[in-house]
Design a protein around this ligand. Structure first.
Ligand code: FE
Length: 176
């Protein structure tokens, strides 16, 4: 598993000294966030179907250094385009590990009216501000008509042996 994880690392080249990384753009959390999600890094549990995705990457600070212990709270629609408001299906939080890495085993989210395909996530380092944002899939017809879509929030997609590997590295502001 660690080998497969290693192959998914896609770190951008380090910019010249003193040039900060651009923070990940903020987007609305939208109306479907639920607080108090359980600790969970695998959404492919009973009652969840859909094409498997391993969503992974690093959390970096503005110098490009990995940040451990950052809360990542993910939520998204199921493969029918529905959010769970009774329980926490396709909802869960985790913390970036000692190398700043996160891994979420999940599915391709379904489409729902008015939106292109997306994941939601809220990140927060200890004492840092909350960053709410969304992640998108390339090749989606609705990307052209969804006003929230941003090309700088596109996942890097790669087909693995058992699932699609979707990579995104977040850049966050740290607390004072
Ligand atoms: Fe949504």
């Amino acid at each position: 598993m660690s080998g497969e994880k290693g192959q998914s690392l896609v770190l951008e080249p380090t910019p010249p000294a003193g040039e900060p990384f651009v923070p990940t753009p903020e987007e609305t959390a939208g109306p479907f966030f639920r607080p108090n999600s359980p600790a969970k890094n695998n959404f492919r549990e009973a009652g969840v179907s859909g094409a498997p995705v391993r969503l992974t990457g690093f959390v970096l600070d503005r110098k490009g250094d990995p940040v451990s212990g950052v809360l990542l709270d993910f939520w998204h629609a199921d493969d029918r385009g529905e959010y769970d408001f009774k329980g926490y299906r396709c909802r869960g939080h985790q913390f970036s590990d000692a190398r700043g890495e996160y891994v979420l085993e999940t599915i391709v989210p379904g489409l729902y009216p008015g939106r292109t395909r997306h994941y939601h996530v809220r990140l927060q380092a200890a004492d840092g501000p909350i960053l709410s944002t969304q992640l998108y899939f390339s090749g989606e017809a609705r990307n052209a008509t969804d006003s929230l879509f941003r090309p700088d929030l596109l996942l890097k997609l790669r087909r693995g042996a058992a699932s699609v590997v979707a990579t995104f590295n977040f850049v966050i502001e740290l607390g004072a």
